[in-house]
Design a protein. Structure first.
Ligand SMILES: Nc1ncnc2c1ncn2[C@@H]1O[C@H](COP(=O)(O)OP(=O)(O)O)[C@@H](O)[C@H]1O
Ligand SMILES: [Mg+2]
Length: 175
């Protein structure tokens, strides 16, 4: 697993753009983390790097938005799903077969019904920094944990580490 740290929404978008360079048809990425953690910001940077000009917003009510870029991007937000089976009704399997890239916000919650072949990115706030910092700067820090599940992303994990190297940050590191 890889830990990264960003200090602004722009940096999260840049990290996402770097990862988008590695994207292949059929890829699945699950974004985990609380409201405001940066899942949509990430998707915006990811989509921009795929050549998508549209404004990417959380598809909270529509559940799925599809955008045309260098690769098609299927953007899902399953926060409102009440039953696991509902994600299957959205046609995720078909999306993956269609040659696009699929990004699912709150995707960790539906992982049991998805193919076990994805990159999970867990977003969190840096609670320790926030508690120590009086200036408010720590509010814009996000920790991203990148976890490959299955062969598709495990085989690419070195490339992932290289892509996000400007932001790599081991939680117990010195700096
Ligand atoms: N390092 C950062 N990465 C991403 N977003 C950040 C960061 N610092 C501050 N923010 C702010 O946090 C919020 C993230 O919102 P959003 O991406 O919609 O989160 P989510 O989709 O996880 O609910 C935005 O208001 C963004 O400006
Ligand atoms: Mg969101």
């Amino acid at each position: 697993m890889i830990f990264a740290r960003t200090t602004s929404p722009e940096e999260t978008k840049e990290l996402a753009a770097a990862l988008a360079e590695l994207a292949r048809p059929g890829d699945l990425m699950l974004l985990a983390g609380d409201l405001g953690a940066g899942k949509t910001a990430f998707t915006q940077g990811f989509g921009a790097a795929l050549g998508i000009d549209d404004l990417i917003t959380s598809p909270t009510f529509t559940l799925v938005n599809t955008y045309e870029g260098r690769l098609e991007l299927n953007h899902l937000d399953v926060y409102r799903l009440e039953a696991l089976g509902e994600v299957l009704d959205l046609g995720v399997a078909e999306m993956l077969d269609d040659g696009g890239v699929t990004v699912i916000e709150w995707g960790d919650s539906v992982a049991p019904v998805l193919p076990a072949d994805y990159l999970e990115i867990r977003f969190s706030f840096d609670e320790v920094a926030i508690s120590l910092d009086q200036t408010g700067a720590a509010d814009d820090v996000r920790v991203l944990e990148l976890v490959p599940v299955g062969a598709r992303w495990s085989a690419r994990i070195r490339a992932v580490a290289t892509a996000v190297s400007p932001w790599i940050h081991e939680p117990d590191g010195d700096d």
